[in-house]
Design a protein around this ligand. Sequence first.
Ligand code: UT7
Length: 317
Amino acid sequence: MNSVIVGFGGALPKKCVKNTELPTNLNTSDEWISKRTGIKQRYLVENDETTSSLATIAANQALNFANMSPDDIELIIVGTTTGDYTFPATACLVQKNLKITNNSIAFDVSAACSGFLYALDIADSYIRSDKIKNALVIGADCFSKILDWNDRASCVLFGDGAGAVVIKGEENTNKGIKYCKIHSNGSFFDDLITTGGVATNRKAGVVTMNGKNVFKFAVEKFRDSLEQLLSDNNLTINDIDLIIPHQANIRIINALIDTMSINSDKVLITIDKHSNTSAATIPLAMNEIKDSLIGRGNVVLLSMGAGFTWGAALIEL
Ligand code: UT7
């Protein structure tokens, strides 16, 4: 049984904020942000938009693309660290919003920017073990709600959004999720962390980051994960048709392109338009090119996020 991706969806908040439109007290510039990160703009939620509302729009689009109805879904996993509530899970809110009444499974996965890849791996395992046939896998985050809007070193980097895919169990096909390997190393837990939280009896706090450590780790793990994927699958870089990396900084992606001698046309970049939408970057990027993804060949997904968490997947669509 293979897990084949059959639907894509994406949602961005209504409000787009260009670098030049950021608050003036930040003492930043379009030039600094563009040159150091590749970001030109980000979408930020307003009061009527939440992680679950964006996730629901993306999920509906993915179901329409797959020509499936909500009640066909037996599992919803949302990769998010900015769910609407501490509990219940945002996946349960999506289930309610989609009016799914089949008592299917719904839960969230907390792996920060790697949330989508973690969710995809778990859903793939459910399908391969024949527990379910169809799943909705969503990456959704509203980081703007947990940013320190006085810290120019972090707040300019992130935006809000959601991306969703529908995956379906299919027999006798070469298509689908061919490989997925995810990792974590908790010893780096405080290099990218939110202050406050339950353990400190304080309200959820703001994002704090050791940017340089995160940068170095991401460069190293993108390369290691891709090398491991190639070796585990007896492939060379020339066998890969498209790479969709987590979008945190264009310089992290360019380091991968340089060290692995990758043709840059094979690497999908959306950071200029979306900024870093955490768990949503990869499915949002997939949704951007959904009409040309089917039949694209070997597609690699690469992620890295707080935890630290990271991983790689090889899929054929
Ligand atoms: O999804 C995973 C989450 N996060 C990441 O992957 C982020 C990984 N890290 C990065 O992308 C980069 O480390 C940053 C973009 C966060 C920082 O880039 P950098 O090239 O490492 O800059 P830096 O921290 O070395 O700072 C250089 C200068 C500093 O000024 P001084 O000390 O040289 O005078 C900073 O204060 O740039 C200054 N700076 C800014 N200037 C204008 C930092 N942020 C800004 C800003 N605008 N927004």
